[in-house]
Design a protein around this ligand. Structure first.
Ligand code: PLP
Length: 277
């Protein structure tokens, strides 16, 4: 008899719920998105859906209609009734017994959660500490893949050091991005962040941070920094959908500026938040 075991329970393979055979579990064979709402309005849904479509296409999952995903997101957001919500969804290649090469006719699995965003006022007003970690990820970080083990390990390392985020550093000693955020430095009226390559996620927040920067008179340079350069910047911050702009006040134990969120970061945040209303 072909069997499976779930904790202490033996189950015949034929009776196993498909959720246990999801290729997302076996291989991280899927892609995801995280969108948020501000005061009951979803921010940049179309940009996230477009990136999701790109991720699906990059890993060759087809047959999923983005219009249908949009309707599912909108419907569930309506039902949840949460004004500051984190909307997470993923699609995996489907469920079947573990086999690297999937069956051709597998039906993709869709999963979504809507939860309340935690209050991050303290992190935003006081700033956070970050620590560097080697970037152990694969070579297609532009795909928002479910494979996040390297990101998880980096975050665990940062947490063990009392830091909120891990800043990933590649083999050439250049900062790619945060474990779950884009990374920015400000010095001399200039905003600096890594250029979009296959090594980083095309962050949606990044797009709007650059736009906000332009509006407040900051020039943007898309060029990677070394940890040394970052630690000498006037201001640092991370950016992501769920945390928008969060100032960094300590980098690998070194105080940035006077150890308080910088004035340009504050101006930038105000400008960025004006896009969300
Ligand atoms: N970089 C990584 C590795 C991320 O995981 C995230 C967000 O989760 C970001 C950047 C920021 O992307 P976005 O602004 O689209 O949330």
């Amino acid at each position: 008899m072909q069997i499976a075991m779930i904790q202490d329970k033996i189950v015949p393979i034929t009776e196993l719920e498909p959720v246990y055979l999801d290729r997302g579990i076996f291989f991280g064979d899927g892609v995801y998105e995280v969108v948020r709402s501000y005061d009951g309005r979803i921010f940049t849904l179309e940009e996230h859906l477009q990136r999701f479509a790109n991720s699906l296409s990059a890993i060759e999952i087809s047959g999923l209609d983005i219009d249908r995903i949009r309707s599912r997101v909108l419907k569930s957001f309506d039902v949840a009734g949460i004004s500051n919500a984190r909307i997470y969804f993923h699609v995996t290649r489907g469920s079947e017994l573990r086999n690297h090469l999937s069956k051709a006719d597998l039906e993709p699995n869709f999963f979504l959660t809507i939860t309340e965003l935690e209050d991050n006022t303290q992190a935003k007003t006081k700033g956070i500490e970050v620590s560097t970690h080697p970037d152990w990820r694969w070579k297609r970080c532009d795909i928002k893949s479910l494979n996040l083990l390297a990101n998880v390990l980096a975050r665990r390392d940062a947490a063990a050091k009392g830091c909120t985020e891990a800043i990933l550093v590649d083999e050439d000693d250049l900062i790619t991005e945060g474990a779950s955020s884009a990374f920015f430095a400000i010095s001399d009226q200039t905003l600096r962040t890594a250029a979009l390559t296959a090594n980083i996620l095309p962050s949606i927040t990044r797009q709007f941070v650059i736009k906000a920067g332009k509006n407040i008179g900051l020039e943007t340079i898309e060029k990677t920094l070394t940890p040394q350069q970052a630690s000498e910047a006037d201001e640092l911050f991370i950016a992501s959908t769920t945390q928008d702009i969060t100032p960094v006040v300590k980098f690998d134990g070194k105080l940035i500026g006077d150890g308080k969120p910088g004035k340009h970061t504050k101006l930038l945040t105000r400008e960025f938040l004006s896009f969300t209303v």
